[in-house]
Design a protein around this ligand. Structure first.
Ligand code: TRP
Ligand code: ZN
Length: 501
């Protein structure tokens, strides 16, 4: 079902997101405090009513509908009101600064979220269409957006966050409510890889278009907001507290972390692992009743950053930490603020998600088929950490190898959604790096890792880019080792690291 253009929203339309009906509450929506109420346009001045054409998506090989080709969102300035934490309800204004690499006469954003109320282009109302079937919000600029030209798009929305169920992982992505066993609302967290951010924010929802974010989130008194980026002002407003966060380094949309809970924030000493030894701030958020056993491994994060930055180069963000959640879901590498379930609060998982700050959050994917470039590197970081703690890396590699030999593996570029986060992406991806390290030795391997991060910093990377970089920096013989692990239909032999290093 296509919802007609925005202003006809007043004619009651019943939409369904997942199984949640979204019509009723979209009718009476109070204005956001602090921002002027949007004037209701007289009908004759309203934008023309016509379905807008669907522009070309980015062309991802696993998720072909996501994103818009040529669209480049630079910054998302997001105001969110979470009036009832623990539900899907939210109100928001998203102010996008965008440009393009080709002429665009329609701009199309991924949006699976609440009801759109108003859309503006550089402050002026423009025709728009919320297409719920396609999960797109389309808008028509007054004149086509020219390559390199910048514009600001404002989207005002309210209602219920969308539901995006991930069949493979068996969980809800995006803006997720947490209730107690009796169904009483408690808290919210985000878990958005690969395309959950569109459940609460209109976005160009593909990792090849990373952007910076500013968040202003208002919650009722007693709740605390934790989010990606540096903490800004915190102030009392009519409905509670407003928290501001500034994520000033571009990150993929799925890496935006945001949580609302009764938290205790724990600050730890800064770690000098940023560029040129710059201080990286440390803060973790624990739900009020978090046990000491769950908190304990987070005391190691400073040491983890030292070990990882020794291999990968400077930590790419000015702050790092975790926000712990209680549901039994997988951990996620949300930028500067790992989303860490209680049940995953172990050193090894924290190291893995921290390594993603380089691989995934900074070196971003050009296509979901190449997700092993995230998972293989993050898994290999586990070995590097354990090795630094005195474990035998050969033993860890052998364990991975046996699992793959027993359960089978595939070439590393994924060809289906089911393959994205399978054992091959993680373990074969990690062993590909291990094989490269065995072939070139530690100093060259370290140089390769750091060079790769520098070369592809915020530049979408695909598997051939990595192979090409290996050939340029390490030579054709080493590149062939890596390529064999990437492409071979069968599992290549497990190499041994050179003994004394
Ligand atoms: N990237 C996650 C990891 O570190 C795995 C993952 C993929 C995930 N999709 C997710 C976790 C969705 C939570 C939700 O391995
Ligand atoms: Zn991972």
């Amino acid at each position: 079902m296509s919802r007609p253009l925005g202003w006809t929203r007043l004619v009651l339309t019943v939409g369904v997101l997942g199984s949640v009906p979204v019509a009723a509450h979209s009718v009476q929506i109070p204005a956001l405090p602090g921002s002027p109420r949007v004037p209701v346009l007289p009908l004759k001045e309203a934008p023309p009513r016509a379905a807008l054409p669907a522009p070309e998506p980015i062309g991802d090989s696993i998720y072909p509908a996501l994103g818009q080709r040529g669209l480049d969102v630079l910054h998302y300035d997001v105001t969110l009101h979470i009036d009832r934490p623990g539900t899907r309800g939210l109100r928001g204004v998203a102010l996008l600064t965008l440009t393009s690499t080709r002429p665009l006469d329609t701009v199309s954003l991924d949006f699976l979220g609440p009801t759109v109320q108003d859309v503006r282009w550089n402050g002026r109302p423009v025709p728009w269409q919320q297409d719920e079937t396609a999960a797109k919000l389309r808008l028509s600029p007054p004149t086509p957006l020219r390559p390199g030209q910048e514009a600001q798009v404002t989207v005002r929305y309210a209602g219920q966050a969308g539901v995006r169920q991930d069949q493979e992982l068996g969980l809800d992505l995006g803006w997720v409510p947490v209730t107690d066993t009796a169904g009483r609302p408690l808290s919210n967290y985000t878990l958005s890889e690969p395309d959950g951010t569109r459940t609460f924010l209109p976005v160009n929802d593909h990792p090849s278009d990373p952007a910076t974010f500013t968040l202003h989130v208002t919650v009722p008194r007693g709740y605390i907001v934790a989010a990606s980026g540096l903490r800004g002002t915190e102030r009392v407003v009519d409905e509670g507290w407003e928290y501001t966060f500034d994520q000033a380094q571009p990150i993929p949309t799925y890496a935006l972390g945001l949580q609302v809970n009764h938290f205790q924030r724990v600050d730890s000493p800064a770690v000098p692992v940023g560029p040129g030894g710059a201080a990286v701030l440390r803060r973790d958020y624990f739900p009020d009743d978090t046990t000491d056993a769950v908190r304990r491994p987070y005391a190691q994060v400073g040491e983890m950053l030292r070990v990882l930055s020794g291999w990968f180069g400077p930590f790419p963000f000015p702050v790092h930490g975790a926000a712990v959640i209680t549901p039994r879901v997988p951990a996620l590498e949300t930028a500067t603020l790992l989303t860490m379930p209680v049940a995953s609060s172990f050193e090894r998982v924290i190291v893995h998600e921290s390594a993603h700050q380089w691989f995934g959050d900074t070196v971003v994917l050009g296509d979901w088929a190449d997700v092993w470039l995230n998972e293989g590197f993050a898994t290999y970081a586990e070995l590097l950490w354990l090795e630094a703690q005195g474990d035998d890396p050969a033993g860890i590699a052998a364990t991975w190898y046996e699992r793959l030999r027993d359960q089978g593996s595939r070439p590393l570029v994924a060809t289906s959604e089911a393959q994205l986060f399978d054992q091959s992406a993680y373990l074969r991806g990690a062993l590909a790096l291990h094989a490269l390290r065995a072939a070139v030795g530690d100093p060259a391997f370290r140089g390769f890792l750091q060079g790769y991060v520098r070369e592809f910093n915020r530049r979408p990377v695909r598997t051939p880019d990595l192979l090409g970089f290996a050939a340029r920096s390490l030579g054709p013989v080493a590149a062939m080792v890596l390529r064999t692990w990437v492409e071979s239909p069968t599992l290549p032999p497990l190499p041994a690291l050179r003994a004394p290093r």
